[in-house]
Design a binder for this molecule. Structure first.
Ligand SMILES: O=C(O)CCC(=O)C(=O)O
Length: 273
């Protein structure tokens, strides 16, 4: 898959892109199976009772089939088109969400540094938890950022509930559809059930300058296994991700592995028994 000029322009301007049926129904069925196996066996999925969110890190790193999402030509075309073909894969999170998330960006980088690729595993509409976005809010000159508006407080500020925040949209999806958005984009979900299944792949640009490297260190200090004090046994990634990687996949793993080992030497593979 190669993103068109219009798609790139859309992402640049609005901060997100929706690609319908990036995965076929057969492919997404397998992915849902892999997600369920992972959350049941590596997170508290078995104990999820809907009273709160069940979240686990590195959702695609527990089985060879899930790891191979990172080799899928359409995923490489999508993320590579946005962040550059040599993008860094920096893990992600898997969830049974319960209830609303509230509005938030995931970062405040002031530039396109990181993007979230989101997999929604159930059909979602505006009123059942579809992701809401404020297009353009990734830009430092957007009014929400310029005026430091607390979007979640919009009822008190403007008499408009956060669900109706002017300029926001709901991106309704079916399994197989993929949404990718700039980490700086304000997003939320409202009205979902108590077991809304979604997982993410977080990726960044490859760091090539001292400024980029500083950003990458900052990013990986918090958005990583080490940042969450998680012992994977192999540094930033679970071993399966590395052990099943060919050279093409390693291109997306190597720099985050090296930087993570520098920041969290105690978690590096050779030092963990
Ligand atoms: O569920 C959603 O669509 C939003 C997820 C979210 O808030 C996040 O990944 O930071």
């Amino acid at each position: 898959m190669t993103l068109s000029k219009k798609q790139l322009n859309f992402f640049d301007t609005f901060g997100y892109l929706l690609v319908r049926q990036l995965f076929s129904s057969k492919e997404i069925e397998k992915i849902i199976e892999g997600f369920e196996w992972s959350i049941q066996n590596y997170a508290g999925g078995k104990n999820h009772d809907g009273t709160s969110r069940t979240m686990f890190l590195c959702p695609i790193e527990h089985t060879p089939e899930m790891c191979a999402i990172l080799d899928h030509p359409s995923i490489l075309g999508l993320i590579g088109g946005i962040l550059g073909e040599d993008f860094n894969y920096c893990t992600g999170d898997g969830n049974y969400y319960s209830g609303n998330t509230g509005w938030h960006p995931d970062g405040n980088w002031g530039q396109l540094f990181a993007a979230k690729t989101a997999f929604y595993l159930d059909p979602l509409t505006r009123n059942t938890g579809a992701v809401r976005l404020i297009p353009g809010s990734h830009r430092p000159d957007h009014f929400v950022r310029q005026k430091q508006i607390d979007v979640n407080n919009s009822l008190e500020l403007f008499g408009v509930p956060p669900t109706e925040f002017p300029g926001s949209i709901a991106v309704e999806t079916n399994p197989g559809d993929i949404v990718i958005f700039n980490h700086d984009l304000y997003h939320a979900s409202f009205g979902g059930g108590t077991r809304r299944r979604m997982f993410t792949m977080n990726c960044t640009r490859r760091a090539k300058t001292p400024e980029d490297l500083e950003l990458a260190h900052r990013y990986l200090s918090s958005h990583s296994a080490g940042g969450y004090k998680l012992k994977t046994g192999a540094g930033i990634f679970y071993p399966t991700m590395i052990d099943t990687a060919d050279e093409d996949r390693m291109e997306h793993l190597r720099q985050p592995m090296e930087i993570h080992d520098q920041i969290f030497p105690d978690l590096a593979r050779s030092t963990v028994s």
